[in-house]
Design a protein around this ligand. Structure first.
Ligand SMILES: [Zn+2]
Ligand SMILES: [Zn+2]
Length: 422
């Protein structure tokens, strides 16, 4: 009998604190939207996110977090230790904007201009990373009031240069990993999201396994022998060899890749060779990209492209080399972690609003975190309900509805809390 009142209090207090967390998420929405407007109006290019980082660090410090700045140049990491011991979970937001001139008529429209690769340009959060920063700042503030519920540690990773650092510079997720962001304390799992302009507000989309592509840029140099256009037998034609090489690449996709496992793409996007109609030139250059969604397929395709480049050129009397530049790895959602965390996403959005999606052949450098620890990455709806069309990311008319942000806060909060407490 003696236990009864105590048990009763315990139930009341746990119900009460649950409501408080829910209420705190609802209450943070206006702040998250205000932050979003601020960052939208003050965008900064990759590896130049100085003021953005300052504002993030200031916020995390005001919450009493342990804060590291200057991680991978302009990155900020906040660490929140819960009152109870346990695992370590990381939540990631990317923070950079793009050299795009905004065409939207918004009260918080970006008028910022900067120089990118020597050219003056407008700067815009045309991928929606402004929403990612604000959502994660909101999650941080909610958790700062609920340390008592956290079994373990939450690392808040604000990552620069997701769109890629300027040529000749290092940056982004891979540099953060290199600088040890997943160590001290060692991260057990990581979660990340991307707002999506073509997904309705209130919806979450995800895919177990390969969700976004590994992206490589490649450059092929073909060497022939120059001759008169009327006498091809006097030389070696690098343009003809290039055509054979391109043909060979497409056979790797259509004849050698098991497209039932995942799709794959090879595109040659640029060919440079020759000066006029009656000269067979000495060399040709091909530049292109490979997109894969499976790590083994990626390795095989790269190996076969290298073999084909060299042997096809040789077969026609020339020489060729290929160089690959890795931009991202496969954004791979660990299947076990995905099924473990699905209820948290469903709790946040409602079961009917969490949808399976098809893979995307675009890339995302969140993949570098997932290479080291299991991770889950998902899309968050940012399209105004009722709309059926949306301007794509990276365009001057790209638009995100503020009403989509609150679900991001909810989803990230539940993912972190449920991961640590289960
Ligand atoms: Zn982007
Ligand atoms: Zn993006």
């Amino acid at each position: 009998m003696k236990f009864l009142p105590a048990l009763c209090c315990l139930i009341i207090s746990s119900a009460f604190s649950q409501t408080t967390l829910e209420q705190d998420i609802i209450d943070i929405e206006p702040k998250v939207i205000e932050w979003r407007h601020h960052f939208h109006q003050n965008p900064e290019l990759s590896n130049r996110e100085f003021k953005t980082a300052e504002k993030i660090a200031e916020h995390l410090k005001s919450l009493g977090f342990e804060v590291q700045t200057g991680v991978a140049k302009t990155g900020v990491v906040g660490i929140l230790k819960g009152d109870l011991p346990g695992k370590v979970v990381a939540l990631r937001a990317d923070i950079d904007a793009l050299p795009v001139t905004e065409r939207n008529d918004l009260p918080f429209k970006s008028e910022v201009r900067d120089t990118f690769l020597g050219t003056e340009t407008g700067v815009m959060h045309a991928c929606g990373h402004d929403t990612h920063i604000s959502i994660l700042m909101g999650v941080a503030e909610v958790f700062s009031k609920h340390k008592d519920k956290i079994k373990g540690t939450i690392k808040f990773i604000f990552q620069p240069a997701e769109e890629g650092p300027p040529p000749g510079e290092e940056g982004g997720a891979s540099l953060m990993v290199k600088e040890g962001v997943l160590e001290n304390p060692k991260v057990d799992a990581i979660f990340g999201l991307h707002i999506n302009s073509a997904t309705p507000v209130g919806t979450i989309k995800y895919k177990p396994g390969g969700m976004m592509a590994a992206v490589e840029r490649f450059v092929v140099n073909v060497k022939g022998k120059q001759t008169h256009g009327s006498q091809p037998w006097g030389g070696v034609d690098p343009i003809y060899i290039s055509a054979k090489i391109i043909d060979g690449y497409q056979s790797i996709i259509s004849r050698e890749s098991n497209l039932l496992v995942e799709p794959a793409v090879i595109t040659v996007g640029k060919i440079t060779s020759g000066v006029r109609f009656n000269i067979i030139p000495e060399s040709a250059e091909l530049i292109g990209t490979v997109r894969t969604l499976d790590a083994d397929m990626r390795t095989k395709i790269i190996t076969r492209m290298t073999e084909m480049t060299e042997t096809i050129a040789k077969a026609y009397g020339g020489e060729a080399t290929i160089e690959f530049q890795e931009n991202t790895l496969v954004t791979y959602n660990d299947p076990d972690l995905t099924s473990q965390m699905l209820p948290s996403l469903e709790k946040a959005a409602g079961k009917d609003n969490v949808k399976l999606m098809k893979a995307v052949t675009g890339g995302e450098d969140f993949s570098y975190f997932q290479e080291v620890v299991p991770g889950l990455y998902f899309y968050l709806g940012g399209m105004t309900p009722g709309n059926t069309e949306a301007f794509p990311h990276h365009t001057p008319d790209f638009k995100i509805d503020d009403n989509g942000l609150i679900l991001g806060v909810k989803a990230m909060t539940y993912l972190a809390l449920d991961y640590l407490n289960n």
